[in-house]
Write a protein that binds this ligand. Structure first.
Ligand code: 7PJ
Length: 291
């Protein structure tokens, strides 16, 4: 499936006057680059690097200068086996960074959270998108997302970060991930989330073995029937380490190859650590014309 068939023309809103500005960008047809800003002490690739607000804001400015279309700010490490922070810890990590960064950069900010209270506080501080690795399944999250009326990315995960890598199993990973995302899209629509605000993500590395991740990557175009833009996060992930034998710090070439494959399979948003390098991949691809 091509980018053009996956990304729809703007749809008139059924329950509001005009779509959020970001949803117009998301449907612009050009793949977007979302820079990752982890404000956690323990993320797998950059944990602890940006855990003071000043350093986080500085890194956010760098992501924007490198050409990020979006910046995704997360205060919960979801590395396998990790325990979630308390709500107070997560709020204290995320909200000051959103509030400071929104004054420094013109790029829309997304908040990577599953908690309704963090969604609410981050949007009040200036975030304009929600990215939820639990696909709004926490009680109250789907209602909060509908009320906030911002774009939301629904990600697939099997079980929880504490247990997800303990022998994940599927009969057919592509069909099961797609069915889960279709269910969550329907739940969001029932709660009143606008269709043009929805994105989905198959959740690479979240309750998936190497063969599961590879099958999903090669079949990303199968998510096109969901009718909403697809976002993926493959940047520096262990699937790339397994394929190349490289450590986290050595996974840029693998990450760029994965980004290229994803865009060629119709993906609309690439969630990455290395924004400038990913932009170069898209520049080369763009020169060749529609994928
Ligand atoms: C993902 C995410 C992903 C979406 C993380 C990391 C691990 N959100 N949050 N998709 N991964 N939507 O930063 O690589 O793959 S946390």
């Amino acid at each position: 499936m091509t980018q053009a068939t996956l990304v729809e023309a703007p749809v008139p809103s059924s329950n509001g006057p005009s779509p959020h500005p970001l949803s117009t960008v998301l449907r612009g047809g050009r793949p977007l680059v979302c820079g990752i800003l982890n404000v956690t002490p323990d993320s797998f690739s950059d944990g602890g690097l940006f855990d003071s607000p000043d350093r986080a804001v500085e890194h956010g400015c760098r992501l924007a200068a490198e050409g990020a279309d979006l910046i995704d700010i997360g205060g919960e490490s979801t590395r396998p086996g990790s325990r979630p922070p308390t709500s107070e810890e997560e709020l204290a990590r995320v909200v000051p960074v959103v509030a400071a960064l929104v004054r420094e950069v013109g790029v829309p900010l997304s908040v990577d959270t599953s908690r309704p209270e963090v969604m609410r506080a981050a949007v009040a501080a200036g975030a304009s998108m929600i990215n939820d690795v639990r696909a709004l399944q926490v009680p109250g999250a789907v209602e909060e997302a509908a009320r906030l009326d911002v774009p939301v990315c629904l990600m697939h995960m099997q079980r929880s970060p504490e247990t997800m890598q303990a022998d994940p199993r599927y009969d057919d990973v592509v069909l099961e991930v797609r069915a889960f995302l279709a269910d969550r899209l329907a739940a969001c629509r029932r709660a009143g989330v606008r269709r043009e605000h929805l994105l989905v993500d198959p959740g690479f590395g979240f309750g998936k073995t190497l063969p599961h991740n590879v099958e999903l990557l090669s079949s990303l175009d199968a998510l096109g029937v969901l009718g909403v833009p697809v976002m993926v996060g493959l940047s520096r992930k262990s699937v790339l380490g397994q394929l190349t034998g490289r450590t986290v710090g050595e996974r840029l070439p693998g990450s760029l190859a994965a980004a290229l494959v994803a865009v060629q399979r119709g993906v609309s948003v690439l969630r990455v650590h290395d924004v400038a390098a990913t932009r170069d991949v898209l520049a080369v691809l763009d020169a060749v014309g529609p994928v």
